[in-house]
Design a binder for this molecule. Sequence first.
Ligand SMILES: Nc1ncnc2c1ncn2[C@@H]1O[C@H](COP(=O)(O)OP(=O)(O)OP(=O)(O)O)[C@@H](O)[C@H]1O
Ligand SMILES: [Mg+2]
Length: 477
Amino acid sequence: MQPEQSMIRNKLGMKLGLVIIAVFIIVLSTLGFTIDRMFTNFYNTEMSIEVDELATHFAMMAESPDAPTEQMLLKFADFSNVSIFYVNEQGQVQAYSGADELAGASFIEQTDVSAIFSGQTVRLKYEAASGNRYIITAKPIIDQRTEDNQIQSALYVLSSSKHMDDSIVAMRKLLVLSGVGAFLLALGITWIIAHLLSKPLVQMQQATRKIAVGELETRLEIPRNDEIGSLAAAINNLAEELQQYRDTRQEFFANISHELRTPITYLEGYSKVIKEGLYSTEEERDQYLDVLHQEAKRLQHLVDDLFELSKMEEGKVSLSLEWVDLAEVIDNAVQKVDLKARDKGLTLTASLNRGSAWIYGDGLRIEQVIINLLENSVRYTEQGGISITLDQTDRFVYVIVQDTGIGIAEEELPYVFDRFYRVEKSRSRQYGGTGLGLSIAKKLVELQGGEIFVRSKLGEGTSFEIRFQREEEGGMA
Ligand SMILES: Nc1ncnc2c1ncn2[C@@H]1O[C@H](COP(=O)(O)OP(=O)(O)OP(=O)(O)O)[C@@H](O)[C@H]1O
Ligand SMILES: [Mg+2]
């Protein structure tokens, strides 16, 4: 199991991690690129404007009537941290000030000079041998003393972009640094998310495996109220239900084998007695045969009940639903049980409100339930009587079967509807029940949307109530 677990974690973690990291890289690189472009463009524009302004300024100073001398102008340039070059029409430098590396004046080209001498402003970029870059604006200086405003010389103003380049490099460093930081953060987040997601999944996988091989006590402890938490809760539920199912099934089989063994022992014993002639009178023999007959009938009854029950458990019982008149159903049931009651010297009275006790159900099944209740009453009553009542309120139609029998102790009441449950095991021999009747009755009533209740007092009597919700439409037909 070990390698498989880690595989799941790796798979999930890997997938998530790759996605998150890919998104981060894409976002970061576009962002970084854009910021870099923005800054670089901004700096470049700013510098060009500045150099342009300086050039205009110097040109104006040089042109003004009370112009300072060339030497003074060169000094000004030094103060302004720029280099300036006076160039004549042939491209020769007449005077300059500024950085030594520019002394070669290799940035001066004849085409530019001609353009300047035809009155244009020229803008250039130049990279010195040292790698320093310069932004250059060159302007004509017009000699205003001459008639036709002759151009006297070209004025080159150069400003080093070293400052700007340094700033850009610093900014790029910062960008890269924050990029790496963000990337590490992404890795961390990925790891945490993968861990948070995959750890409970791995736990659940292990748990379901255990449940699958029958370790039904397995429970998950993932107290979260998100989807993962509710999945874990669902798995716990499943395990609980399976456990319950397994327990009741085991109990069920134990009960069945017990119930079968008893009558079979009787059959075996008494048939042996008869076969070997171990009786003295005909009467005795008849008595034994009677027992055999009783036990065979009991087996038949048990098998029928079990069959019925298993059909219901599988949900295979088919109800033929129609509108039935409960009064009629009760009449039929009473008729069938009446003889048994009279045999035992019990009175069986029915008081039926024959108004409109119609329900949508399976008449024969309801009759079966009522016969079951009536037979129980007859069986567990020694003297007195049994009454059956049919009545209704505006919400319910109800049937009550009441007897003056031996009753059921309060602590036993919650179990009487359980399969194979009999109040005191000794009753079964005396009265001959299997403990399945009420559980079948309850199932049948519930299948038809009804409810069943019991009330009893030990030694005084018992009453069972079946209740169906009233349905208005069609019922009056
Ligand atoms: N009217 C009643 N008075 C007293 N005890 C009752 C009454 N009805 C049921 N019981 C008790 O409840 C138990 C369960 O009843 P249930 O009908 O399920 O089984 P049973 O009558 O013993 O067997 P079966 O009906 O399967 O032949 C009975 O064994 C009996 O002890
Ligand atoms: Mg019964």
